[in-house]
Design a protein around this ligand. Structure first.
Ligand SMILES: Cc1ncc(COP(=O)(O)O)c(C=O)c1O
Length: 372
């Protein structure tokens, strides 16, 4: 299979950017945006200069929305929203809209972001921790039988891919009718999703989709309109659905780039191809980890993420040397999050397989020269 389709590397000097987000974007998207920067399709204007209510931006907006719906087979029951405020704003919007006054919601805590989401939820009602991996350093994901669900919970919230710890759910929790709410910030568009199973999906765009500043929300329209009376209108899903995400000025530039990324994704073969490609990329790194006496993976084997791979040597000075030497050869941003330390390689859609291969080679070389 041709995994590159011309996406040989992200920069002319063969630099690969493994940042967790903001993160690598397809080079063809950046080039296209550069060419259209000062004059979008003969309009004489940059997308940055256009009215969000004008015809030109209207086309950009609806094309991006339609592309996203098509790529993820979003059913008519669900609405796609393009909002501001990042995934963090959704930590508050979700309980304000869905918990009801003083209601109960179940949260699975499998990393720092789901923990923050649960704490935020607790400001608006009762949060019940349905499962937590904290005691084990968030190296695993709860198995289906370990989820302790609450009768009558307003929703069940989980984070599909834990960016900091490098773990991912490999199944959709069965909540017996309780609406599923999922933070998919670091994996949306990396594989097909059964959208109809979810009440609400949200994702900050700056990892796998677009520049920072855009949050994608996919919501079952049937669960909108239940917000607390004191919910700010900007956080009301019902209001945003009514106004087609144009209650105020949307993140126009980010939506435009998202549209280009989605066009690129279609051209690459869609989310099924992304799912195959992410396995190819992550296998290159996990193979090295599996055969290594130097590197220790953070995630349990059964909980491994394909998008963010976390590992360390166990020696902070050696980790720092690994990261510095990697940088010197154009393998950038491999430093792990401060909560985990060590290294983290983020392998989003726009990371060419060639980038993962270059990292795998470097890891092997580093081990040969540094393992004692
Ligand atoms: C899984 C996940 N959720 C939430 C967030 C927070 O996103 P934002 O910075 O868009 O608020 C991040 C950011 O790194 C993340 O990785």
């Amino acid at each position: 299979m041709d995994y590159f389709k011309g996406e040989v590397s992200n920069m002319s000097e063969k630099v690969f950017n493994f940042a967790a987000g903001p993160a690598v974007l397809p080079i063809t998207v950046l080039e296209k945006a550069k060419n259209e920067m000062s004059d979008w399709h003969g309009s004489g204007m940059s997308v940055m200069e256009m009215s969000h209510r004008g015809k030109a931006f209207g086309e950009i907006f609806s094309e991006a929305k339609e592309r996203l719906k098509k790529l993820l087979s979003v059913p008519d029951s669900h609405e796609v929203l393009f909002l501001q405020g990042g995934a963090t704003t959704q930590f508050s919007a979700v309980p304000m809209n869905l918990m009801g006054n003083g209601g109960i919601a179940d949260y699975a805590v499998t990393g720092n972001f789901s923990e923050i989401a649960a704490k935020e939820g607790a400001k608006y009602g009762s949060v019940h921790i349905a499962a937590s991996t904290k005691a084990g350093g968030h190296s695993g994901i709860p198995r289906p039988g370990e989820l302790k669900l609450t009768d009558g919970a307003a929703y069940f919230h989980y984070c599909a891919n834990n960016t900091v710890y490098g773990t991912a759910w490999d199944y959709i929790p069965d909540t017996a009718g309780i609406p599923l709410v999922c933070d998919m910030s670091s994996e949306l568009l990396s594989h097909p999703v059964e959208v109809s199973r979810y009440g609400l999906i949200y994702a900050g765009a700056q990892k796998n989709m677009a520049p920072a500043g855009l949050t994608v929300v996919i919501i079952d329209k049937a669960i909108a309109g239940r917000e607390r009376p004191d919910t700010p209108q900007i956080l009301s899903y019902a209001k945003q659905i009514e106004k087609d995400s144009m209650l105020n000025t949307p993140p126009c530039w980010c939506i435009y780039i998202l549209g280009l990324v989605l066009e690129w994704l279609e051209d690459q073969g869609g989310v099924t191809v992304m799912a195959e490609r992410k396995k190819v990329r992550s296998a290159l790194i996990y193979d090295v980890l599996g055969n290594s006496r130097l590197y220790k993976p953070h995630a349990d084997q059964a909980a491994r993420s394909d998008m963010n791979i976390t590992f360390r040597t166990g020696d902070a000075a050696l980790d720092a040397e690994f990261i510095q030497n990697a940088k010197d050869r154009g393998l950038l941003n491999l430093k792990g999050h401060r909560l985990t330390g060590g290294m983290r390689a983020s392998l989003y859609n726009a990371m060419p397989v060639e980038g993962a291969a270059a990292l795998a080679e470097y890891m092997k070389e580093f081990e040969v020269t540094h393992h004692v």
